[in-house]
Design a protein around this ligand. Structure first.
Ligand code: ZN
Length: 137
């Protein structure tokens, strides 16, 4: 794995959270994006070499809505950048980690993503992400 690519934070009101994090971080979000199949609306802030991703549920059955129902707003996942997501998924599977999808999925911010179940990762939802070259997106 490479660096921490971003930290994902579940929020109940993206517009309010954007204003809060803009004051906190001293920068405005550089993009907002809806990922319909994940049921989320996201925004991204650059913080040095890494990013903060805010996630708001777009409907009540969204994983983010269920997370906030159970645990409230807060840190939702940590995303690690990988250069070959399929190889990394195979390595983690062989190590006994439980992955949430069989194949990488299209995520926000022009990424292929896969999640590791928090039950197999010490209570932390881990995201693997690999950048997609703009030409092949
Ligand atoms: Zn993420």
């Amino acid at each position: 794995m490479q660096k921490v690519e971003h930290i994902g934070i579940a929020v109940s009101d993206l517009d309010a959270a954007n204003a809060l994090y803009e004051r906190l971080l001293g920068v405005a979000p550089y993009k907002e994006e809806v990922v319909a199949h994940e049921g989320v609306r996201t925004s991204f802030f650059r913080v040095g070499p890494t990013k903060v991703e805010l996630l708001e549920a777009t409907h009540s059955q969204s994983p983010i809505a269920r997370f906030i129902d159970r645990r409230g707003e807060g840190i939702h996942h940590i995303a690690f950048e990988v250069t070959d997501i399929r190889a990394e998924m195979a390595r983690l599977r062989a190590e006994g980690f439980q992955l949430l999808s069989e194949v990488p999925r299209q995520g926000a911010d022009n990424k292929l993503v896969c999640f590791v179940h928090p039950k197999s990762a010490g209570g932390v939802l881990i995201e693997l992400c690999q950048s997609i070259e703009p030409e092949s997106a």
